[in-house]
Write a protein that binds this ligand. Structure first.
Ligand code: PRP
Ligand code: URA
Length: 209
């Protein structure tokens, strides 16, 4: 699918299998989600621009490459997207973090917005939206629409598990947004859960079920 990158690194696949396991408790689940987010962040930021500067090693002066200074904004979709933030901040500590609160109405499966706080210079940043689950795609798509309304121009979406239905929906709604996922699962069930998936990501992260 255009604009969709499946990140199938063996370390990521191994950790994702542990995350999926119903017997993995909240502490391990949280740590694994953070680790996978960090590993995925490495791939998602592959296109970052570099510039050359001059430095001095203990031996001599030399030219060296550093990031060209384009700022990054990480925007988790609450709640579950929060679980991916710390892993990413380990690699991009200077990133600013915005928050978008959405919950999926259990009857309609439509996202309902309840919170939005973004860095003021959102239009000048490379934005990475995080949410472990891309199910119908409604939450991610609405979050991206909101970000665009607030001025964001360069947006990527990073999830752990995507359903084909959600990928289709988001790529149709936002053909300019690159999506990175560690897995593309079979389908959605009648309750809008990803099969085989990992269950309810927010509840498993925060121990609320
Ligand atoms: C989950 C998940 C996504 C959304 C995915 O959040 O974290 O945000 O569902 O479903 P969709 O692609 O069909 O919109 P949920 O609404 O359960 O809220 P929570 O993170 O607060 O638990
Ligand atoms: N939200 C989740 O947390 N899990 C799913 O499988 C679908 C939506």
């Amino acid at each position: 699918m255009r604009n969709v990158t499946l990140i199938d690194h063996p370390l990521i696949q191994h950790k994702l299998s542990l995350i999926r396991d119903k017997d993995t408790g909240a502490k391990d689940f949280r740590e694994l989600v953070e680790e996978v987010a960090m590993l995925m962040c490495y791939e998602v930021t592959r296109g970052m621009q570099l510039e050359q500067i001059e430095i001095e090693t203990p031996i001599c002066k030399t030219k060296a490459k550093v990031l060209a200074g384009k700022k990054v904004g990480i925007v988790p979709i609450l709640r579950a997207g929060l679980g991916m933030v710390d892993g990413m901040l380990k690699l991009i500590p200077a990133a600013k973090v915005g928050h978008i609160g959405l919950y999926r109405d259990p009857e309609t499966l439509k996202p309902v917005e309840y919170y939005c706080k973004l860095p003021p210079d959102i239009g000048e940043r490379d934005i990475i939206v995080t949410d472990p689950m891309l199910a119908t795609g409604g939450s991610s798509s609405d979050a991206i629409t909101l970000l665009k309304r607030k001025g964001a121009k360069n947006i990527k979406l990073m999830c752990l598990i995507a359903a084909p239905e959600g990928l289709k929906y988001v790529t149709e709604q936002h053909p300019d947004v690159e999506i990175f996922t560690a897995a593309i699962d079979e389908r959605l069930n009648d309750h809008g859960y990803i099969v085989p998936g990992l269950g309810d990501a927010g509840d498993r992260l925060f121990g609320t079920k």
